[in-house]
Design a protein around this ligand. Structure first.
Ligand code: GDP
Length: 598
């Protein structure tokens, strides 16, 4: 599954409405990067017509936005044009790293993300890998936490994304920037597969990224790696030992055991993947994290995927742009350039770009404007998944968890709403805000909801039609609200609903009315014979006459001869008075119903 905002899924040919005549098919040559305006000139159709058509299909474009190629092709087709295939030359400018054996391409180090359940040792493993392969000592540098780091294992560099968990992984992937080459799935041998492990597996599968399983905490006295392996197979992860092709390593992140073997396997797998890039190009890549430094301004960690980033280059990422003033690696060394897969921190952008957005560098400031429109489009259209925060630390039978994806109108409303939502949680009822960001509800949100079994909450946002369709297909709930307290009430009542044990209506006994006796002024005692099960005081009686349900209600009294009883069992006769119904007749059938916890 491709989680890039898949235009193929969003914009089917049939979905393009308001069709114009397609009798004469004219061929047009559309460049790989094309704006709405340029398409309009090529087709000689008012750009407003193009924008209107795009809007009808759930895409918000303005005149200078870059249209992804597959949308452009469909749009052109709708207006009666056939788009000529891209020439080889233009396709070769693609920014993604390429896999292959082209001699001009150089090998590049693999980029690794670590996923797994909370407390299974992701951070410890990241620390342990970094510690056992210190490059800082040689370089005299000091380890910096910049969101990613690179180690050398037997002269082979490997890059690790330093933010464990799904966050970075999903962020990047959601924007179409598949930065991770290999995922390490960490499973604690003393705990086994837990809910977030399964979520991680779903994310990895969705991203179609190869994985290596690290069975951690092997030093723990209660470690049971065989159980982990069995559980993995139950989740369709077949490791080599079980006849599959997924590499697994047994490690102790705490004691640093098995790490060498793990690194060896990473190198092995990355050789198979043949990761290549062309260092001779301008750099493209992904923003890993960014923040505002009081003294030096926006500070950005990025990872070059292709090309080389040079000091003095112009760079743009989303709405941010600027000239690179400094490049520093993860051990604090100042560099003149950054080659593929090397995480670096740069200074020079005019604002803080969003983590996960794509960047592009150029030596020529004039091309900045064109490129800006390209990158801002790619980060806009990706309808970002900005935050993925799995907070549940454990799951047990008594704890309810509600997974939420939250979309709000403004970035500024996110945090207060998340805080209020989190305040609704308690020891027994957990709320996991799996993802929260501003912007309309997109297919990505639905896919993530589907992968994580979440409900999507929208606050003053629009749901893209394609997202609606996908939600219906995937059976994902979308709940829209315009007022915060209504949204909170909704979540509260959902929490109560899912915490309520499910009760089932059981027929616990059946009796037949044999005779009717008057009792006091209006009440009637029915003399009954219990044929099946038993009739209990707390039951609800369904009175059935001629196969019709005539009355439903509680029991006022139950007797056996003169004694009040709590229960009349099968084979016994007794008397019953119903609470609110006196029209009871001989021959009526009484069904005793009770609600039992499933
Ligand atoms: P994360 O939430 O997945 O990042 O987990 P952490 O790395 O924070 O580890 C959670 C706990 O497990 C910490 O107390 C670690 O010391 C402990 N831990 C991590 N790895 C190991 C290991 O290999 N063996 C043992 N016994 N404990 C470990």
């Amino acid at each position: 599954m491709n989680n890039k905002p898949s235009t193929n899924q969003n914009l089917s040919e049939g979905a393009l409405t308001d069709s114009q005549s397609q009798e004469t098919v004219k061929k047009i040559d559309v460049p790989e990067i094309v704006t709405v305006n340029e398409l309009s000139s090529l087709m000689k159709i008012e750009s407003i017509e193009l924008i209107k058509n795009l809007m009808r299909n759930g895409f918000m474009f303005s005149i200078n936005d870059v249209v992804e190629r597959d949308i452009a092709v469909l749009l052109a087709k709708h207006f009666g044009f056939e788009v000529l295939p891209l020439s080889k030359e233009s396709t070769s400018t693609t920014s993604q790293y390429e896999k292959g054996t082209d001699s001009k391409l150089n090998n590049r180090p693999p980029v690794i993300a670590i996923l797994g359940h909370v407390d299974h040792g992701k951070t410890t493993l990241l620390d342990s890998i970094r510690k056992t392969n210190i490059v800082s000592a040689e370089a005299g540098g000091i380890t910096q936490h910049i969101g990613a780091y690179q180690i050398n294992h037997n002269q082979q560099p490997i890059t690790f994304i330093d933010t464990p968990g799904h966050a970075a992984f999903t962020q990047m992937r959601a924007r179409g920037a598949n930065i991770t080459d290999i995922v390490i799935l960490v499973v604690a041998a003393d705990d086994g597969i837990m809910p977030q492990t399964i979520e991680a597996i779903n994310h990895i599968k969705a991203a179609n990224v190869p994985m290596i399983v690290a069975i951690n905490k092997m030093d723990s006295p209660t470690s049971d790696p065989d159980r982990v392996k069995r559980q993995l197979s139950e989740n369709n992860i077949l490791i080599e030992e079980w006849g599959g092709d997924i590499i697994s390593c047994e490690v102790s992140a705490l004691k640093g055991e098995g790490i060498e073997d793990l690194l060896e396997n990473i190198i092995l797998l990355s050789e198979i993947l043949e990761l290549k890039s062309d260092v001779n190009k301008d750099a493209t890549g992904v923003i890993i994290e960014a923040s505002l430094d009081k003294n030096s301004g926006p500070s950005t960690t990025l990872l070059v995927q292709n090309g080389t980033l040079l000091l003095g280059d112009y760079i743009f990422a989303g709405k941010s742009s600027g000239k690179i003033k400094s490049i520093v690696n993860d051990v604090g060394e100042k560099l003149n350039k950054a080659e593929p897969s090397l995480p670096v921190k740069i200074l020079g952008l005019d604002s803080v770009p969003e983590a996960g957005s794509v960047f592009q560098s150029t030596k020529d400031s004039k091309s900045l404007k064109h490129e800006l429109s390209q990158t801002s489009k790619s980060s806009n259209s990706a309808k970002t998944i900005q935050l993925e925060n799995l907070r549940a630390s454990s799951d047990s039978e008594n704890i309810t968890s509600l997974n939420i994806i939250l979309k709000t109108d403004f970035q500024g409303t996110l945090e207060p709403i998340i805080n209020s939502i989190e305040n609704l949680a308690n020891d027994r009822q957990r709320i996991n805000v799996i993802h929260a960001s501003s912007g309309g509800i997109s297919e990505n949100d639905i896919l993530l909801a589907s992968a994580s079994n979440a409900i999507v909450f929208g606050f003053n946002v629009f749901t893209q039609p394609s997202a609606h369709m996908l939600a219906t297909k995937e059976l994902i709930q979308i709940r829209d609200h315009r007022i915060i307290y209504e949204l909170l009430d909704d979540i509260q009542s959902l929490l109560s609903d899912i915490s309520e044990p499910i009760k089932e209506d059981i027929i616990s006994g059946v009796a037949i009315v044999k005779a009717i006796f008057s009792h006091g002024k209006s009440a009637k005692i029915a003399g009954i014979m219990v044929n099946e099960g038993s009739i209990k005081r707390g039951n609800t009686i369904h009175l059935i006459r001629n196969s019709q349900l005539v009355h439903k209600g509680p029991i006022r009294s139950l007797r056996h001869f003169k004694d009040d009883v709590r229960e009349l069992n099968s084979g016994f006769e007794g008397g019953i008075v119903l609470e609110t119904f006196q029209d009871i007749k001989e021959g009526d059938m009484l069904e005793a119903h009770s609600l039992e916890i499933k």
